[in-house]
Design a binder for this molecule. Structure first.
Ligand SMILES: *Cc1c(COP(=O)(O)O)cnc(C)c1O
Length: 378
């Protein structure tokens, strides 16, 4: 504990987590064994009882989800620019055109009215992001997707454990993707999962992450080879998560309720201290959601974001900015995506700072962040 820099996010690893991992190392399976099955079952139980497929990252999960939905050349996906680039890039990698719809001015969540204006007969997927852990408005988004024969995707990298109108994250969109990166709401080191309501989509995502191997004899096109036989119908990759990682994930899942509770306490403490500070804007919460807060995104008004960010970093407070609008990335800009396209997202980006937020953050850490920030903006 010699580093004085307060991180903006970090994992919480308990003695039980360590024991769970070492138990796997002493056993027979390092990968694709009983811990993978148990973890996938536990994720499924948490997310509405749908098929859950674990994988090596949230990015891998997005790639699998779009592949499972059959996204390819000629298709369009409609998504938010206020996200990590993978939400969009994984569809682009499969040959789809990415269409960005703007976010709501206050929540930074995909705006259903903007989606309504962006969908066409070519739209295959409407991909929302539960920014900061606050679920998007799926009851508004689903009928818009349905009206053009598209599916909904929830990039729930921030929000696992959250609820919308009494339904858990994982049960909100047709397909949901999770990330278990160390800063996220629970971790497997690197890791992720796809949750699919349609079993055919779940199976397709599973096969895509398992090299495309088909192992069900009833589906074989090459028959009578022998008991060793398996065959490939569509190309896939190897995104399998290990038993080592899944054992950590299972142990972390038992702690998710406590993590969520502590993150809510930290959010409340920041809100209480910062909501009346001139020059700052605290994150709103809609009445019909129970978020699993991953980020604490505060907004710095008056064009002072960079100055305040640098002041916090100079005070050894780890802060981040989430996110640069995705279409500003040169890979999209070079394809002709223009700045100015989604003004709410761009304004949000200009003002946003993510304050330190993780379960082991203490009240006195929060108070130190608050004191430093309020002095800087004064
Ligand atoms: C973290 C994140 C991802 C990617 O997850 P990795 O596990 O880091 O690959 C995707 N989308 C969002 C919104 C994220 O925050």
């Amino acid at each position: 504990m010699s580093d004085p820099m307060l991180p903006y996010g970090r994992q919480s690893i308990s003695a039980e987590d360590i024991e769970a991992v070492t138990a796997v190392l002493r056993g027979d399976w390092l990968t694709t064994g009983p811990a993978v099955t148990a973890f996938e079952n536990a994720v499924s139980e948490l997310t509405g009882g749908h098929r859950a497929v674990s994988c090596t990252s949230g990015t891998a999960a997005l790639h699998m989800a779009y592949a499972g939905l059959g996204v390819g050349p000629g298709d369009e996906i409609v998504t938010t620019p206020m996200t990590f680039v993978a939400t969009a890039s994984c569809a682009a990698i499969l040959g789809a055109k990415v269409v960005f719809a703007d976010v709501e001015e206050d929540t930074a969540l995909l705006d259903p009215a903007a989606v309504e204006a962006a969908v066409t007969e070519r739209t295959k997927v409407v991909a929302a992001v539960d920014y900061a852990g606050h679920p998007a408005d799926y009851d508004a988004l689903q009928p818009i997707a349905d009206s053009v024969g598209a599916r909904t995707l929830d990039d729930a990298a921030h929000s696992v454990g959250g609820f919308y109108r009494g339904r858990p994250v994982g049960d909100l969109a047709d397909v949901t993707t999770l990330s278990f990166f160390p800063t996220k709401n629970l971790t497997t080191g690197e890791g992720g999962a796809v949750v699919a309501k349609d079993p055919a989509v779940g199976q397709k995502a599973h096969e895509f992450h398992f090299i495309g191997l088909v192992r069900d004899p009833e589906r074989f096109e090459i028959t009578d080879e022998g008991p060793w036989h398996q065959e490939v119908h569509e190309f896939g990759v190897n995104y399998r998560l290990t038993d080592i990682a899944c054992a950590l994930g299972l142990s972390q899942l038992r702690r998710l309720t406590a993590f969520k509770k502590r993150r809510a306490e930290i959010t409340a403490r920041y809100n209480e201290a910062l909501s009346d500070v001139d020059g700052l804007r605290t994150p709103p919460q809609r009445a019909d959601v129970d978020p699993a807060w991953h980020l604490y995104p505060v907004r710095v008004l008056g064009g002072r974001r960079r100055e305040i960010f640098e002041g916090l970093r100079a005070a050894e407070i780890g802060v981040q900015v989430n996110y640069i609008p995705v279409y500003w990335h040169p890979v999209f800009a070079k394809q002709g995506y223009q700045r100015g396209m989604c003004p709410n997202a761009e304004q949000y980006y200009r003002e946003e700072i993510s304050l330190p937020m993780f379960p082991d953050l203490t009240d006195s850490d929060v108070d130190r962040v608050v004191d430093t920030l309020t002095k800087l903006v004064r």
